[in-house]
Design a protein around this ligand. Structure first.
Ligand code: CUA
Length: 327
């Protein structure tokens, strides 16, 4: 199975687990795949033998080969064999559930305390991410320290979403009015792709996110940089852009710590320029793409809540400069 895993890992992240939870899921998957392959080969082999060996060789005179009826030995074999296989599959699946499952071990009342707690809230169509221990709010990116046991508290603002990082953890539904708890972790530093895996409306496909797993020094650095409010511009294009942000209703939907706003409607932009992507994975975050995005969000993410503000070229440059100053 190694060749399969190696050729597939670059294309399908489920073949490249990077956490104890994902490893356990992957290992079960390989076992089920192996037993299914063996059963398939036996059944396909028997059918092939039957088709070749017992085919009608008489030229169609209607003669039927010898038939077997009432063989207790065969009946017991075909009954007990599958039962053993099914019970074994159920047992290893149940073991996996207890290994990776959120409930009950990850529930705050269960007593097993995480190294870090992160709150994730699904919105149409972005992920709000909070670090209550550090007072940090962000969006569409989850940052975590490598080798730690992290608990995610997951919920939704509107409809059912589903949070999945194939290399790091199980899938978990984000359900409005309900908190779901589960563990996540990463064995090695890296960037891991996450997606919404429950159809949640028109731009479900652009509800992607990334998980950044940092080593200890990098994690401390990230925390230190993000617990501070960004330094606001004192003049020039960026300051003019801030004025537009505050007066052209951007602030009614987006939060920038130190400036104002709300996190309930649209992604927090406090440290926007440190983010890797725009619009839940629509664009890589750079100047050119930011200009494209701001010029016509509906063109790139049709149905999202951000309207086209019809900024003139000068205003566009000012808003871009402001957003890029949010380090
Ligand atoms: Cu959120 Cu699909």
């Amino acid at each position: 199975m190694v060749w399969l895993a190696e050729s597939a890992s670059s294309v399908y992240p489920v073949f490249d687990p990077a956490s104890p939870f994902a490893e356990a899921i992957y290992s079960l998957f390989l076992k089920v795949l192996a037993i299914s392959a063996v059963i398939f080969l036996i059944v396909a082999g028997l059918i092939t033998v039957a088709v070749i060996r017992f085919r009608d060789k008489t030229g169609g005179n209607g003669e039927v080969p010898k038939q077997d009826f009432g063989s207790h030995k065969q009946e017991i074999f075909w009954l007990v064999g599958p039962v053993i296989i099914v019970v074994w599959l159920a047992a290893i699946s149940a073991k996996l559930v207890f290994t990776v499952n959120a409930v009950p071990q990850a529930h705050p009342d269960a007593g097993e305390q995480p190294d870090e707690e992160i709150e994730v809230r699904g919105h149409q169509w972005f992920w709000e991410v909070k670090y209550p221990g550090h007072g940090i709010v962000s969006a569409n990116e989850v940052h975590l320290p490598v080798g730690k046991k992290i608990r995610i508290k997951l919920t939704s603002e509107d409809v059912i979403h589903s949070f999945w990082v194939p290399q790091l953890t199980r899938k978990m539904d984000a359900i409005p009015g309900r908190d779901n708890y589960f563990w996540i972790g990463a064995s090695k530093p890296g960037v891991y792709q996450g997606r919404c895996t429950e159809f949640c409306g028109m731009v479900h496909a652009w509800m992607n996110f990334k998980v950044y797993a940092h080593d200890e020094a990098e994690w401390e650095e990230w925390i230190a940089a993000h617990t501070k409010d960004p330094e606001l511009p004192t003049g020039g294009l960026a300051a003019a852009g801030q004025k537009i942000f505050e007066t052209a209703t951007c602030i009614d939907c987006h939060m920038i710590s130190g400036v104002g706003g709300t996190t309930m409607i649209a992604p927090d932009l406090t440290h926007f320029s440190s983010r890797g992507e725009i619009g839940g994975g629509v664009f890589v975050n750079n100047r050119e793409n930011l200009e494209k995005w701001l010029s016509d969000p509906q063109k790139w993410k049709p149905g999202c809540k951000m309207p086209n503000f019809k900024l003139d070229p000068e205003e566009l440059q000012q808003v871009v400069a402001f957003l890029e100053s949010l380090k």
